[in-house]
Design a protein around this ligand. Structure first.
Ligand code: FEO
Ligand code: CA
Ligand code: CA
Ligand code: CA
Length: 649
């Protein structure tokens, strides 16, 4: 019942954002010079964004301007259901196990095989994007959903007879194969029916599963033939695991991110010890207890040591070409990527990413020339550019530090062989240049109206730095707003401020008394009108518990903020044991897709009340979405406004 991301593996004495926030808050009343300019700049930039109302919600001349958040917020909920505001409706789409191809059925007793799972929607839906399939209005009614599947739950995906343990026999191998097939990515065609609801298209030519065994290519400075990737068991790279958040490129591809991949590996060999590189990425003999290595030598650290180096990369997928090989884009670094948020500046791509572990860092990749120029020469814009890591100062400023071989400490004399070495050891390179330790950086969102960058720091402890909100421990998390110099996302310096401090003022007086209660922000997205959508992932060891200060916050939820006024409203609450993650809309924003991940997962509060979920009682905590005693299933919810209007308006 521990949260694996809370286990730090950063041994450096690099300063932490929490220390800096303490220092910064204590100086706030004395702010002068650059820091004051930064904050004033943020306010001014946002004020100007309000004045420029976007097309579609521009008020009539003489009419009072519409508030950005046009709905009535809902209260926290601990019920085993999804709630949305009055005037909104939702439907459940593509729950785990939904057949994507003819000839496969969903078996409620979890008796579907690994081969079935490879033709069904995966488990634990996460980051997601809707790609319209048609130009113009039809694109709002027909598209591809590309969604990640972060991990599988052994108490949910196996039958009562199979049990949850992995054994060293053919039955154990089949169970690992089913778990691998439940991971990765689903590409599925979806359509809106005449009655307004949505359905998926069984057997669409676009439907595809990418799993833990799909053949992959490597591109950028690290090639598949790099000696540190050599493997006798997987001579060709395969698979992506722990696919958390996502990104979308201007050329229409989807990025999927390997997050907490280290936990899948382990070994029974008591003589195995972690190298400095393995320790820095949290690779250990026991892993997280998945025990895949018991049945599958691919994941045995003593048998197949280099397999770990195949993971931690951003993977690019062409959703419209089901035959295309997914590509690991190594120039974006090897970390526990939460997501890969792409924006465009000066014609170049900029990709922001958080390394979600307590005490790790925020990164950005900046393309070296306009992405259209690379594409015209049949090169990937994601293979050519510079990776930077963030250093936050205590007075609201910061610097992007390059992770480039030969620059600063990353020299041959210091043991750095070449750029491939820097990228395989990204975390250690970032340690060496003096990056700032953060409280678990999760999603990054860019406000395309004014270029501000928002980062969700979900929670953390042990690392004091101002950008960690001056709370140490920081059980509720916060959202930091970065303003790049000159509102240019390729800039190498920035200002920062805290946009929201999450929490319950009953337990923490630093939380504004009238602010809506929420904790552990994770998913983050800013719509075209400037609304900041915030999804929470309170850990199962804290949800609903008074002893963790979470008893009034309810189940995980989604809120919406107005960055100018500071207004915050709750838009959705999820069922028991779930997290809310993944968000995308049709181009007209009249349909929104949101994922309910791990409903009914083992949760301290609910386990006490109703027993822990097991293979014999998978619905102990939740039976969402089907109710009764049915097995809980991660799923997408499709949200519409009853009057057909823009979501959030
Ligand atoms: Fe998979 Fe950091 O959330
Ligand atoms: Ca997440
Ligand atoms: Ca989670
Ligand atoms: Ca999370």
């Amino acid at each position: 019942m521990f949260d694996t991301d809370d286990i730090p593996s950063n041994p450096t004495s690099n300063p932490h954002l929490g220390d800096m926030i303490d220092a910064r808050l204590s100086r706030r009343s004395l702010l002068g010079g650059a820091a004051a300019m930064t904050i004033a700049g943020l306010v001014a930039a946002n004020a100007s964004s309000v004045a420029a109302a976007p097309a579609g919600r521009r008020p009539a001349v003489g009419a009072a301007p519409q508030p950005l958040l046009g709905f009535t917020g809902i209260t926290p909920s601990s019920d085993d259901t999804v709630r949305v505001p009055e005037g909104y409706v939702y439907d459940v789409l593509i729950p785990w196990g939904t057949p994507l191809f003819p000839g496969v059925t969903w078996n409620e007793d979890a008796s579907n095989t690994s081969a079935d799972q490879a033709k069904q929607v995966g488990f634990n839906h996460d980051g997601m994007h809707y790609f319209p399939l048609d130009e113009g209005r039809e694109g709002n009614r027909r598209g591809l959903l590309v969604l990640n599947h972060e991990y599988t739950d052994a108490s949910q995906i196996y039958t009562a007879a199979q049990g949850s343990a992995i054994t060293a026999d053919a039955a154990g191998k089949e169970k690992v194969a089913k778990a691998l097939a439940g991971h990765g990515v689903t590409v599925v065609e979806v359509r809106q029916l005449r009655n307004g609801t949505w359905t998926h298209v069984v057997g669409s030519k676009f439907n595809r599963r990418i799993t833990g065994t799909t053949p992959m290519a490597f591109s950028g400075p690290v090639s598949a033939s790099h000696p540190m990737l050599a493997s006798s068991i997987t001579p060709k790279p395969m698979g992506t695991l722990n696919n958390c958040a996502n990104g979308t490129t201007p050329w229409g591809t989807s990025l999927t991110c390997a997050e907490t991949w280290n936990g899948y590996f382990g070994t029974a060999d008591a003589t195995w010890t972690a190298s400095a590189l393995e320790a820095r990425y949290g690779v250990s003999r026991t892993g997280f207890g998945y025990n895949w290595h018991v049945a599958e030598p691919r994941f045995d650290l003593a048998v197949n040591r280099n397999e770990t180096n195949h993971f931690g990369w951003v993977v690019e997928i062409d959703p419209t070409n089901p035959k295309s090989t997914p590509v690991k884009r190594t120039a974006l670094g090897r970390i526990k990527h939460e997501g890969a948020t792409v924006t465009e500046a000066n014609g170049r791509v900029v990709v922001y990413t958080g390394d979600d572990e307590n005490g790790d860092y925020v990164y950005k990749f900046v393309g070296d020339r306009p992405w259209r120029m690379h594409r015209a020469r049949r090169r990937s814009p994601l293979d050519h550019g510079t990776l930077y890591v963030a250093q936050f100062d205590a007075v609201g400023g910061g610097t992007w530090l390059p992770l480039v071989h030969g620059v600063g400490p990353l020299t041959v004399a210091n043991g750095w062989v070449d750029q491939a070495d820097v990228l395989i050891r990204t975390r250690q390179a970032a340690d060496a240049v003096g990056a700032t330790k953060c409280h678990r950086p999760e999603w990054v969102a860019v406000n395309e109206k004014n270029r501000d960058v928002y980062v969700a720091f979900t929670n953390g402890s042990g690392n004091a730095a101002p950008v960690n909100s001056n709370r140490n421990p920081n059980p509720y998390g916060h959202i930091v707003r970065i303003q790049e110099a000159g509102a240019d996302n390729t800039a190498l310096t920035f200002g920062w401020d805290i946009y929201l401090t999450a929490g319950d003022p009953q337990y923490d007086p630093t939380v504004p008394a009238t602010q809506e209660l929420f904790g552990s922000p994770d998913g983050l997205w800013i719509d075209d009108d400037g609304r900041v959508w915030i999804q929470t992932d309170i850990s199962n060891s804290s949800q609903n518990l008074a002893s963790r200060g979470y008893d009034r916050i309810g189940n995980n939820q989604m809120l919406v903020g107005d960055p100018t006024t500071g207004d915050l409203k709750r838009f959705l609450t999820g069922p028991r044991g779930c997290e809310i993650t993944g968000i995308s809309v049709t181009p007209d924003q009249r349909t929104m897709f949101v994922n309910i991940q791990h409903p009914g997962e083992s949760t301290t509060f609910w386990n006490t009340a109703s027993g822990a979920p097991t293979v014999t009682n998978p619905s102990a905590v939740s039976s969402w979405p089907n109710g009764g005693t049915s097995r809980p299933r991660p799923a997408t919810v499709v949200i519409r406004k009853a009057d057909g209007g823009r979501i959030g308006s």
